[in-house]
Design a binder for this molecule. Structure first.
Ligand SMILES: Cc1cc2nc3c(=O)[nH]c(=O)nc-3n(C[C@H](O)[C@H](O)[C@H](O)COP(=O)(O)OP(=O)(O)OC[C@H]3O[C@@H](n4cnc5c(N)ncnc54)[C@H](O)[C@@H]3O)c2cc1C
Length: 455
């Protein structure tokens, strides 16, 4: 039988009509928006094969972007399987929208829906947290004490924000005393907007940073810096403000060409950059942030600070045998999976998808989109006693907002290659209106379609 290969090496090419010289501007913008959207969450492509019959029990830990889209895809591919999702969170958060809420572009309600809406028919949802993972015994235990024995396990529990690792920082401070943090959820993002807006009305010193760990959407700290700067400009307060961005290492972004482009934009916008600064402590009363530097501790005063905490795997994974055994990924607890297949390196019937995966790039919803069909294809092949050629090449994308009304569509892979979806049409490092439209209007519907296994 001919082996089926899922195409995962990059998004589809631009339709020929996009380059048609006679095309009207409006058509271009509409097609461009649709195309750019496809670039971030490209269409799945080929018709699905016939369903595979199996009595296997597949347990999925986490019902976020990765868990829900995996459940939907498994339902499309399998007949007779028992599929159980485990997640205590009833609300579903569209996290790529947190930046928009924090930037005053969308209300908090834009990012909230309900997990149960996306659970496919026939899939059981256990509304609890998993407490224990025992891959030797092929079982998991929930916090309520329920034990489930599985044939296959999909680990999709996302990540944990470790605010407590920053001395003096507490989640309840977000939105007060000049402290913002768009990462902690819709309410935090809305509270951050209020704090940032107050700052944009007055000016002063704005301090931005990123953590020294793996993190989800590494573009978000940069986007939020740009958006804040633009609000200051629009309110006529830019001359009264100083903006400082603290990079954790020697670069602004892991892809060198993107890092250089951001450096140039920061220079043009008079955003000062400090390298090798990692936030260690915060004193909200005095409005002083303390950064670790190669030369010791450094204090920076602020009127507004955007705190992004260190990130690590949730406790249930960190305390299990699943994390990497050595290196930085071991310390942070990311699952030791093969970067091409998302299969666990030591437990063949376990897959790690989404933010929890210990792979070099990703931690975006766009990478989830590309990872899920690959892992599902391998799992279905396992059930059939076959092998799969499906390969995840690290594709990820980030619509990097550079001001209100402009964004750059940055797409890259494990090798730091830029993999533009529409070469010659949507230049990856150009600030474009069409990319802004994609980010603010197009991505959410496509993200929802991804949860339903339709994109
Ligand atoms: C501010 C911000 C901006 C972003 N911008 C973009 C962007 O522009 N483009 C983009 O593509 N991506 C972006 N992302 C990233 C994207 O949203 C995430 O990478 C994606 O949601 C990861 O999906 P996931 O399923 O791995 O994790 P999540 O969607 O976080 O889901 C994890 C689920 O696991 C559950 N869970 C946790 N612990 C347990 C447990 N013990 N037991 C059971 N369940 C558990 C949680 O409740 C949650 O429902 C952004 C994220 C943030 C925070």
């Amino acid at each position: 039988m001919k082996k089926r290969v899922i195409r995962t090496e990059g998004p589809p090419r631009a339709p020929a009509v996009l380059s048609s010289p006679g095309m009207r501007r409006r058509d271009f913008l509409m097609l461009g928006a649709a195309g750019a959207l496809g670039a971030a969450f490209p269409a799945a492509g080929a018709r699905l094969p016939d369903k595979v019959g199996t009595p296997a029990h597949i347990v999925i830990l986490g019902a976020g972007a990765a868990g829900l889209s995996t459940a939907s895809r498994l339902v499309q591919r399998l007949e007779g399987a028992r599929i159980t999702l485990i997640d205590a969170r009833k609300a579903h958060y569209y996290q790529p929208g947190f930046t928009l809420v924090g930037g005053g572009i969308k209300p908090a309600s834009y990012v909230v829906s309900s997990t149960s809406e996306y659970v496919p028919r026939g899939v059981d949802l256990i509304e609890e947290r998993v407490a224990e993972i025992d891959p030797e015994g092929r079982k998991v235990v929930t916090e309520g004490g329920t034990t489930l024995v599985y044939d296959f396990l999909i680990v999709a529990v996302g990540m944990e924000l470790d605010y407590e690792a920053i001395d003096g920082m507490e989640v309840r401070l977000i939105g007060s005393q000049g402290i913002g943090s768009i990462y902690n959820g819709p309410d935090a993002a809305a509270a951050t907007w209020r704090a940032m807006s107050e700052f944009a009305d007055k000016g002063g010193k704005g301090v931005f940073l990123r953590p020294n760990t793996e993190m989800k959407c590494a573009g978000a700290p940069l986007k939020y810096t740009f958006i804040t700067e633009d609000h200051l400009v629009r309110r006529g307060k830019r001359g009264k403000a100083e903006i400082v961005y603290n990079a954790n290492n020697q670069a602004l972004f892991s892809v060198p060409i993107v890092s250089e482009k951001v450096r140039m934009l920061f220079q043009q916008r008079d955003i000062r950059v400090n390298y090798q600064r990692v936030l260690q402590a915060i004193d909200p009363g005095r409005r002083i942030a303390t950064f670790r530097t190669p030369d010791g501790m450094e204090e920076q005063n602020y009127d507004f600070i955007h705190v992004i905490p260190p990130m690590r795997a949730p406790e249930a994974v960190r305390n299990s045998p699943l994390p990497w055994q050595q290196g930085a990924w071991a310390d942070e607890g990311w699952a030791e999976v093969d970067r091409g297949t998302l299969r666990h390196v030591r437990y063949a019937n376990v897959y790690g998808i989404g933010d929890i995966a210990g792979v070099p790039k990703g931690k975006t919803a766009a990478s989830v989109k590309w990872q899920v069909p690959v892992a599902v294809d391998h799992l279905v092949a396992d059930i059939q006693g076959k092998t799969s050629d499906a390969l995840y090449t690290g594709y990820t994308s980030c619509p990097l907002i550079t001001r209100l009304g402009r964004a750059m569509l940055v797409e890259f892979d494990y090798q730091n290659n830029l993999v533009p979806s529409f070469p010659g049409i949507v230049a990856p490092l150009e600030e474009l209106w069409v990319t802004w439209v994609m980010k603010t209007m197009g991505l959410r519907p496509t993200y929802i379609a991804m949860l339903r296994g339709k994109a």
